[in-house]
Design a protein. Structure first.
Length: 459
């Protein structure tokens, strides 16, 4: 319940400042600033739209027979030029706060000059402009500031509107030092050039209430924006530790993944390992060892994923992937063996790469085993891991180790191979069929192995 409080009742500092962003990582702050600056671009576009409306209304409105000084065309022209300049500035770079505050004051100042000019243009007492419907644009200018997702700019717009209108009322009062224009008669106010104090108070209260409601709503919305931006950045970073398919499933899931949840499926388990990797890197600096491993993984992982494989985990130099575990598949065994062929083909091209060629001194070890598995989440509420378990997973691990005793690059069971053939798999290289014991398995198994060699070579 504590975390929900600020969303309903933001602190004053959240209304007038940006203290809520001080503890956020720089990448999150950059993302929030980008959102805010896009909001400023929208503000400028709306301002250009508004001033275009003013120009059209002024052009089509009837002009007085005895016309005074018409300031409206000048105000409209200045405002249009300023809005275009502001749009170009916001489009190129983030506007500093002083420029935003200056724009707010400038907006209200030009609006009030436009309203003030009506009594000059139409040769009426100063009280004449207090009834101008153009005052309603004040609320539009305040609302525009919500596009920046910063309540302080909304408050600044509201304050500028209130103090500006007080100045407009004060000008009327000063122009009539005997207060002869003030009336308490509502009909006289509507039909003559009189001032109704209650009406002006209503205007100021309306501006104040609208400003407060928008600022409060925006403060709550900003908290959600910050939280959403931070969580999105965190999800993007964390997704690098998961396969993209699993990360997307976690993000799009209707309910939170809970430990102990699982689903039974028919799938293929795929393991690939570098033979003798530990010995190879014994005398290699740690950074170089990790660089070699990363270079190998950058080549292998895309091949697995391009055939529909989902990376389950990295185990040092070993990679475990699944086919058909996360999402049901009708070609899981064939896809796994096609991935095996692609990796073996790829390995024949590594002789020109110093790092990768070093890794292949003792070759690769690949295993594929299809059968029933259980896919789900293990761990506790604070630390989860999405994985697969079952006899098929254990057998795949044992088959991968058996490559060393068979002198082979890849091993699978005969049942997996036959299933893959029924799923339209065609072997890219000639396999060897044998019946053998596997360490940790009591009974003999019918196996299919691919000995070391180039594609197309008989073994």
């Amino acid at each position: 319940m504590k975390s929900a409080g600020p969303l309903f009742f933001p602190h004053l500092s959240q209304l007038v400042g940006d203290q809520t962003t001080h503890d956020l990582p720089s990448r999150v702050l950059v993302a929030i600033e980008a959102q805010e600056n896009r909001g400023e671009v929208l503000v400028k576009l709306f301002q250009i739209f508004i001033v275009s409306i003013w120009a059209v209304l002024y052009a089509v409105s009837p002009k007085p027979t005895v016309e005074g000084i018409a300031l409206a065309p000048y105000v409209i022209g200045i405002y249009l030029a300023a809005s275009v300049f502001g749009l170009a500035w916001a489009w190129r770079r983030r506007l500093p706060d002083w420029a935003v505050y200056g724009s707010i004051v400038f907006d209200m100042l030009l609006l009030y000059i436009l309203i003030w000019s009506f009594h000059v243009q139409y040769n009426q007492p100063a009280s004449f402009y207090l009834k101008a419907p153009t005052f309603l644009y004040v609320f539009i200018f305040i609302a525009l500031r919500t596009l920046r997702f910063q309540p302080r700019f909304v408050l600044a717009a509201g304050a500028a509107a209130i103090f500006g209108w007080l100045a407009m009322i004060g000008f009327v009062m000063l122009s009539d030092p005997h207060d002869a224009m003030i009336t308490r008669n509502y009909v006289a106010y509507l039909t003559g050039n009189f001032i109704l104090v209650g009406a002006e108070v209503d205007k100021l209260l309306s501006v104040l209430i609208v400003t407060a409601v928008l600022a409060l709503s925006l403060a709550r919305g900003r908290q959600l924006l910050i939280r959403a931006t931070a969580e999105t950045a965190a999800a993007e970073s964390l997704s690098r530790f998961f396969d993209t398919t699993i990360a997307e499933r976690i993000r799009s899931g209707e309910s939170e993944i809970a430990p102990g949840e699982g689903v039974a499926r028919e799938a293929a388990i795929f393991n690939v390992d570098i033979r003798g990797f530990s010995r190879l890197v014994e005398n290699v600096p740690p950074t170089e060892a990790i660089r070699m491993l990363s270079s190998y993984q950058r080549r292998i992982v895309p091949l697995i994923q391009s055939h529909g494989g989902i990376i389950d985990k990295f185990m040092g130099d070993g990679i475990m992937a699944t086919f058909g575990a996360v999402h049901p598949s009708t070609t899981y065994a064939a896809d796994a063996l096609r991935a095996m062929d692609a990796i073996l083909d790829e390995a024949t091209t590594w002789s020109g790469d110093q790092q990768l060629n070093t890794l292949l001194q003792h070759g690769l070890g690949i295993s594929v085993c299809a059968g029933p598995i259980v896919f789900g989440a293990v761990g506790d509420k604070d630390r989860l891991e999405v994985t697969v378990i079952g006899a098929t997973v254990n057998l795949a691990a044992k088959l991968e180790k058996a490559n060393k005793s068979f002198g082979s690059s890849a091993t699978t069971t005969r049942s997996t191979f036959d299933l893959a053939v029924r799923q339209d798999y065609a072997a890219a290289r000639s396999p060897r069929f044998l019946r053998a014991n596997i360490e940790g398995i009591d009974e003999m198994l019918d196996l299919v192995v691919w000995d070391r060699g180039l594609p197309g070579q008989a073994n």
